[in-house]
Each structure stands twice: as C-alpha cells, then as structure tokens.
Write a protein that binds this ligand. Structure first.
Ligand code: FE2
Length: 322
C-alpha cells in the first residue's frame, strides 16, 4: 500500500482504544517504505503493546477507510470517557491531545467534514473547561508537557488567553469565545513540527529579512487552512473564526504574512487573537518567567502597538492585572 493511502495514528491512542482497534497496521520504515506488521483479526494489540513498552515506535499507520472508521469510534469513545467518573484529568487531557492529532490528520487527508469540525469544537470546548479548572497556565503546562504535544498545548493556551482577553470587553459572549478557541485549535493544522521552529526563528528577527526565509507552506498556511474551511466546504464555520485564522500572522504595521495587510483591515477580534498568539509564543520562549513580563510587553508594543493591536495589548495588561 502506498504511503499516501495511509493515515498516521499515535500508538498510545491505538492502545487506549484497543478493543475497537481491529485494523491492518503498518509501520513506516523510511520516507518511501511502509510495511504491514499486523492483519485485521490477528492480535495486533499485543504487538503494539510490545512496541510501546520498548518505546521505539511512536506512530503506526492504517488505511484511509479504517482511519475514517477509527475517527468516529474515537469521537464517541471520547464522550464516553469524559462522562466516566473513573477517567482522571490527566487521561482526559491526553485524549484531547490525541483527538487534536486525529482532527489534524483527518482534515489534511480528507478535507473538512461535519464530523471532524464537530470533533475540533468538542476538543476546544472541553480543553477550555479543563484549563479553567487549573489554578494557572504554568501549572497546566507543567502538568501536561510530558504527555501532550507542544502544538496542542500552545493552541489551548492561545485559545484560553484570547478568551480571557475577550472577557475584559462588554461585548463578550460565550458564542464569540467558542469561535476564538476553535480558531486557536485549527489555525496551524496544516503545519509540520519543523515549521513551528521556522516561525519561531522568523518572529525573533526583523520582519523584512525573515519573511524570505519562510517556506511557501509556512507563508501560505493561513490561506491554506482558510480554503480548507471555506464556505463551500464548511458553511458552519463562522466568518469570525475564518478571519482570525486568516490574519493570525498579520501585524498592524503591515509587516506580517501572508498578505501584509495594514491595521485598518484588522478587526479587534483578530488583533486579540494575534497578540494572544505572540504572547504565548514569547511565554514559551522565556520559559514562563513572568519576571520578564516587561520585556514581553515591550516586544508586543513594538510589533502590535497600533490601532486595534494597541487595544489588544491593553486588554492583555488588564487581564494580567498590570
Ligand atoms: Fe500559524
């Protein structure tokens, strides 16, 4: 079977749903070579458990049709586990992280569907509830950084920060907060892990030099995600969510990407989202050292301190009580 006919599944996720994981399983040996390691009906799970114990395999592959089936199983299974009082908070968040990976794989391989967007909404809603129960962001991060992907944790932190910033305005509503957290969950869904490193390097340099260093995939990802979620593919995704996704790397001075639009075209909601995004990335960079808050705000003012960007920075300061 060709590699592009297969979908990636985290091995721990397969083990979590072992009773339902009755598929042909493949391993990727190199960029172009995959090998079948187990057949439907064999006891594939025992084999996966051995791989998992030895920690030498993180990802396994199943066919596209099996993956579609597995995403539905997982969506239903997640609900059941969330209502089960024996499921710990750690298990819940780990499931949300893996669910995020399944949504990402599913959107990239099959395009948008009502099922995968509903799953993304469910994951972002439940993630926001979980982080709300945690005393602070730092604790949340420390608790889950060894078990969850950085990509998932960042999207939760960005969504949560945006929501808290929205809370400082009178026009706040649950509906708008859900739209923002969904944007945080989906805005980077087409990126690969190394792309995040490129973006980090870009953000640390001067704008004009750095844009040229970014790959086409990075430069165009806001539009790629937008076209995945376009009205004809996904009429149920709101305009506000789409605009936040489209503009999350723009900057009020026109130095952002992909379009380099100026502050007049950046609505407040997008400004809140982009400032929250940069703030969270800086927190990661400064290893959550809140003593360096002044440095972080100086950078935010330099990069976003104009028009709605300035209002967003003020909202962040209000939210942090500074
Ligand atoms: Fe992005």
């Amino acid at each position: 079977m060709k590699e592009d006919e297969l979908c990636r599944v985290d091995i721990t996720l397969a083990l979590r749903f072992e009773k339902d994981f009755v598929y042909d399983v493949y391993l990727r040996l190199s960029k172009d070579k995959v090998v079948k390691i187990g057949k439907q009906g064999d006891n594939v799970i025992d084999l996966l458990r051995k791989y998992h114990e030895k920690k030498d395999v993180q990802d396994i592959y199943i066919s596209r049709d099996d993956f579609k089936h597995f995403s539905l199983v997982m969506k239903e299974g997640m609900k059941a586990r969330f209502f089960n009082p024996e499921t710990t908070e750690e298990e819940q968040v780990e499931l949300l992280d893996k669910g995020h990976q399944v949504v990402k794989e599913s959107l990239n391989k099959f395009g948008v569907s009502k099922e995968n967007i509903e799953m993304a909404e469910e994951i972002s809603r439940t993630s926001m509830k979980t982080i709300n129960r945690t005393p602070n962001l730092f604790r949340f991060l420390k608790q889950f950084e060894s078990t969850c992907s950085k990509e998932y944790l960042r999207s939760v932190l960005v969504g949560y920060t945006t929501i808290c910033m929205i809370d400082t305005f009178e026009w706040k509503s649950d509906a708008i907060k859900e739209k923002a957290s969904l944007a945080a969950m989906l805005c980077d869904i087409t990126l690969e892990p190394r792309d995040f490193e490129d973006i980090r390097a870009y953000e640390g340099r001067t704008h004009e030099q750095s844009k040229e260093t970014l790959s086409k995939r990075v430069l165009m990802h806001p539009q790629k995600v937008m076209s995945l979620l376009s009205e004809e593919n996904a009429p149920w995704v709101s305009k506000e969510t789409l605009t936040m996704i489209e503009q999350h790397h723009e900057r009020p001075d026109g130095s952002g990407f992909p379009l380099g639009i100026s502050h007049q075209r950046i609505p407040l909601l997008s400004a809140l989202f982009m400032v929250a995004f940069r703030f969270v990335n800086l927190l990661f960079e400064y290893e959550f050292d809140f003593q360096r808050c002044n440095e972080i705000f100086a950078i935010l003012h330099k990069e976003y301190g104009k028009a709605n960007g300035r209002k967003a920075i003020d909202a962040l300061a209000t939210m942090l009580g500074i």
